[in-house]
Design a protein around this ligand. Structure first.
Ligand SMILES: Cc1cc2nc3c(=O)[nH]c(=O)nc-3n(C[C@H](O)[C@H](O)[C@H](O)COP(=O)(O)O)c2cc1C
Length: 195
């Protein structure tokens, strides 16, 4: 199972990037995680830019080809960081909408006590417009992030490691369920929707 990971922080010593980098070691054996780099290369979105930037195409293709996406992001002012929102705006303009019906899990780390929870609800709202399939439970937040990682990024909190492993195991099952669903537009789904 191929999962791509998007990190919403550009900071060198980012706790969210530390979290993102710790995922692979805690993932189920058949899950391969690939961290997408280059968030800093997304230009500010402008509809007048006729040529799609290379970074947009690269991320859109990687997301479209993946079985699922994990977004790991800080919370800025109770919401989604502007850099991440800008990248999502670009990706949403891709003609094939790479997030459509794509399984997505959200994670966040914050130095505060709510762990970025408010950001996650705004990000869910954006993902509704993308028609992504969001894992509802378990939710996953890292509060007081500065106390959970060593300076080199090593996770030093057993409870957090367990919660990460549980979240990734749940997401794996969610992706598997999604893959065995009948495609949207089959007769059953159509009739249920019409009723
Ligand atoms: C502009 C800005 C706004 C922030 N707003 C919030 C916030 O609303 N809620 C929160 O929990 N932390 C907030 N923080 C603190 C971040 O959680 C903290 O800086 C965190 O380390 C950022 O993530 P990173 O380490 O991955 O870069 C904010 C930080 C910045 C720079």
């Amino acid at each position: 199972m191929n999962i791509v990971v998007i990190c919403g922080s550009l900071r060198k010593a980012s706790f969210n990037m530390m979290l993102a980098r710790n995922l692979a070691a805690l993932a189920p054996g058949d899950v391969r995680l690939t961290l997408l780099d280059g968030l800093e290369h997304f230009p500010p979105y402008c509809a007048d830019i006729a040529q799609t930037p290379e970074i947009v195409t690269r991320w859109a293709d990687a997301i479209a080809a993946a079985d699922g996406v994990i977004v790991v992001s800080p919370e800025y002012n109770h919401s989604v960081p502007g850099t991440l929102k800008n990248a999502l705006d670009w990706l949403s303009r891709d003609t094939n909408n790479p997030f459509a019906r794509k399984p997505v899990a959200l994670q966040s780390a914050s130095t505060g006590m709510l762990g970025g929870a408010r950001m996650q609800y705004h990000l869910r709202q954006i993902m509704v417009f993308f028609d992504a399939r969001l894992l509802n439970k378990p939710e996953f937040f890292v509060s007081h992030a500065a106390s959970r990682f060593a300076a080199d990024g090593t996770l030093r909190d057993e409870n957090t490691a367990e919660a990460i492993a549980g979240h990734l195991a749940a997401f794996r099952l969610f992706v598997r369920d999604h893959q065995s669903e009948r495609p949207w537009g089959s007769n059953d789904v159509h009739q249920a929707g019409a009723g």
